[in-house]
Design a protein around this ligand. Structure first.
Ligand code: ADP
Ligand code: MG
Length: 741
């Protein structure tokens, strides 16, 4: 099975080398390839139909973000070239431009910026081509354009096959492979040559009960249908089976880990009785929401259970996580332990520190702060109060877990805005926290682990959360305080900025405050700061000369930032100009307008977090997202590349909804879970067949299967589970990716 592929018909040494460079070295590797898509009579479109589709779906004016599929969907067409030409644009950049036509008589433009020679030669051949790509539509010229589509020769036989209903898979072909002459056609033929052999010796790895429960294809048949499906529907069935298998084994590992963890362990027992918490609740100017009450109950119950709490608290921006955390911390100090609250930035740590001091002002609780900006004396002073146990609530940044800090009786670690840390870092911090307390003086034994509560404003679907944070229990605040008015969000174009400034002026005249946010211009904090400084100078001299403006950016020291934030909080400043440092958790409820410039440069969840800085009180708040004028033009004409289309979808989504779950869904759709959750390095595998976001239905079935199996047979020792056990071990040895071993 690991024989060189070069002896297969049509391959030879140089193609085998190109394939090998892409990791395709054996017959098995070939069968493991996942088709990029399928072409058959029903999916191969005519150019005329493509054009009609695009004409009718104008993204900006109709369906908005719901329509993203319509404008990013790949289509396949069989075309011939009617015109081929090369142009030089800009500073000598070469561009290959072809006009193609298909049976329907409609034409499209095809553009290549790279490998101009290669594609020029390919397209000048006297042949028909199978072209697959995402079409763009320009209403001005009523024209469809494909930029860098997949393109390859198709001969009369294949056209015939298509016409007679054969389904042809297409594969991802790298530049290197293409240059060596590897085509879809060659890959199909190679797979055909090895398929019987490979499948003949491939064991089934799903229990038969499971196959019949879900009506799944046997493994070998699924792989056959993946590459040689009789119909498109059977290709989909093949994928469903392979996804289920992949997700089942993924969940099996989580089920095992969960089974290990849920054994009773030696955790600190925090009795659920807290006079201080009760006192604080009674003195709050608002009622806790039902959701806040429920999650407090969940957390407190968990901390009194005798095992160590590892819990994720999810709640959208503004759902009131801070007060929940504080009440739980009071419960811990009433049990005689210390509690730590860690924030991702110094601004936020400072704000939490002051907020907590304010809320606890009439209680005898000692609150301390540990941040990076402290000098040696301040630091050793606070370290001493922590070590002696005098400090009860300790707020800070990751400096909290530096080597020179030792805790006396650490009972609870709360990590705020954990999505800013990344999952890997979170695990690291938890470990550091656990090792940072003093040994018990009498026994010399390390004390039991503190409880851990991580808080996140990234609202992700529950099934996904359970997979990503498989080791954590989950509490969700799914309700906003009742006094909130939804933030009114509008996209404005640069030529409309003066009107936006006037609007800000009118809000300030009513006594409100505003944020003006500028994006990362380059990948450099220096340049970012420079841009913010320039904007700040322009705004304070020419736009708002009569108002007081403040500036914060990433190049300022903690003390400088803090000073500006404090004057904004005290209402000495009416407008705060900032870079994205403002993004996280800042709470100034008198601020009711935010203007974000170059909003197209921000990610969706970033925009949502930013917007969460306003609308924190009972007043109507506004979020203005400014973008370039030419976007307006492009948006209306629906003439946009995929990246631009994505920016449009982001802005549209922000206009349409303030629902963090909906926003997270769109974000996941646009960027994929790896980017959204920052989990590349942290345990969420790269799936071959499954998509953890869009395959939620399969995921929850596979999860149920896996957890049932582990409950019935935790160590997989029953004879009927030997197959599963062996495959799981093999997967473990090969890493997640190798599903066929
Ligand atoms: P987040 O979940 O984004 O961290 P915060 O904890 O900062 O939200 O709370 C946002 C604002 O809402 C704060 O000013 C807080 O005092 C206020 N708040 C929290 N809970 C309630 C409630 N139940 N009713 C009204 N306001 C609340
Ligand atoms: Mg917060």
């Amino acid at each position: 099975m690991t024989d060189s592929l070069q002896y297969l018909k049509g391959v030879g040494p140089s193609r085998a080398r190109a394939l090998s460079a892409e990791g395709i070295q054996s017959a098995l590797d070939l069968v493991r390839l996942v088709p990029r898509g399928y072409v058959d009579r029903s999916t191969a479109s005519s150019l005329r139909a493509v054009m009609q589709n695009l004409q009718s779906s104008s993204l900006w004016s109709n369906a908005g973000s719901k329509d993203i599929a319509a404008i990013t969907r790949e289509v396949s067409v069989v075309v011939t070239v009617s015109h081929l030409g090369e142009r030089t644009v800009g500073r000598g950049r070469r561009m290959l431009q072809a006009t193609v036509v298909d049976e329907s008589g409609a034409t499209a433009k095809v553009i290549f910026w790279n490998a101009v020679n290669y594609f020029g030669k390919l397209l000048s051949a006297d042949s028909a081509f199978l072209l697959s790509g995402v079409p763009e539509y320009d209403a001005r010229f009523n024209q469809v354009t494909f930029t860098h589509p997949e393109i390859e020769k198709i001969d009369a036989e294949e056209i015939e096959q298509l016409a007679s209903g054969v389904v042809l898979p297409t594969y991802s072909i790298s530049q290197k492979m293409r240059a060596a002459g590897v085509s879809d056609r060659l890959l199909r033929s190679m797979i055909d040559q090895v398929l019987d052999d490979v499948l003949g010796s491939l064991p089934e790895v799903l229990p038969s009960a499971l196959l019949s429960r879900h009506g799944l294809l046997p493994r070998a048949l699924a792989l056959r249908y993946l590459h040689q499906p009789p119909t498109i529907a059977q290709a989909a069935e093949a994928r469903r089976r392979l996804k289920h298998e992949e997700l089942f084994y993924f969940q099996l590992r989580l089920a095992q880990r969960h089974a290990l963890q849920s054994q009773p362990r030696n955790g600190l027992v925090m009795e659920a009785r807290s006079p201080r918490a009760r006192h604080l609740v009674e003195s709050l100017p608002f009622e806790l929401t039902g959701a806040q009450r429920r999650v407090i109950h969940e957390i407190v119950a968990d901390m009194s259970s005798g095992s160590v709490m590892n819990r994720l608290l999810q709640g959208d921006v503004g759902s009131g996580k801070t007060i929940v955390a504080l009440l739980c911390m009071l419960n811990v100090i009433d049990n005689g332990y210390q509690a730590v609250l860690m924030a991702p930035t110094e601004i936020l740590a400072e704000q939490h520190y002051r907020g907590i001091l304010r809320m606890l002002r009439d209680m005898d609780v000692v609150v301390c702060q540990v941040v990076g900006g402290q000098n040696k004396r301040q630091r050793s002073d606070v370290a001493e109060r922590i070590a002696s146990g005098e400090a009860q609530i300790i707020v800070g940044t990751h400096a909290l877990f530096e080597a020179n800090i030792e805790y006396n009786k650490l009972g609870l670690i709360v990590i705020d805005e954990q999505h800013r840390f990344g999952v890997a870092q979170r695990a690291e911090l938890m470990k550091m926290g656990k090792h940072s307390h003093l040994q018990n003086n009498q026994t010399g034994q390390p004390p039991p682990d503190p409880h851990v509560l991580v808080m996140s404003a990234t609202p992700i679907p529950r099934t996904l959360a359970m997979s990503v944070y498989g080791d954590l229990d989950l509490s969700v605040i799914d309700q906003l305080p009742a006094n909130r008015k939804p933030i009114v969000t509008k996209v404005v174009f640069e030529s409309g900025l003066p009107a936006a400034y006037e609007f800000i002026r009118s809000q300030v005249a009513e006594g409100k405050q505003a944020y003006l946010v500028y994006p990362l211009v380059e990948k450099s904090e220096k340049i970012e700061a420079k841009s913010a400084i320039e904007h700040f100078e322009h705004l304070s001299q020419h736009v708002f000369p009569e108002l007081s403006l403040g500036l914060v950016h990433g190049q300022m020291t903690w003390g400088e930032k803090d000073q500006v934030m404090q004057s904004f909080l005290q209402r000495e400043l009416q407008i705060l100009v900032s870079t994205t440092v403002i993004e996280v958790g800042v709470d100034v409820s008198n601020a009711t307008v935010m203007l974000v410039e170059n909003a197209e440069r921000f990610g969706l969840s970033q925009l949502h977090q930013l917007r969460g800085r306003v609308g924190r009180g009972a007043d109507q708040s506004y979020c203005l997202l400014a973008t370039k004028d030419h976007f307006q033009y492009q948006l209306k004409r629906n003439h946009s590349t995929t990246e631009r289309a994505n920016s449009v979808v982001r802005l549209r989504t922000m206009e349409e909804t303030t629902d963090g779950f909906r926003i997270a869904e769109v974000d996941l759709e646009l960027r994929g879970p790896g980017d959204v959750l920052g989990t590349r390095q942290s345990g969420l595998p790269e799936f071959t067949y499954a998509n953890i976001v869009t395959d939620a239905a399969v995921l929850s079935k596979a999860r149920e299967d896996a957890f049932l199996l582990i409950r019935a047979d935790p160590t997989l020792s029953k004879p009927e589970h030997q197959l599963v056990k062996r495959h799981l071990d093999e997967l473990h040895q090969h890493g997640h990716a190798a599903i066929i071993a």
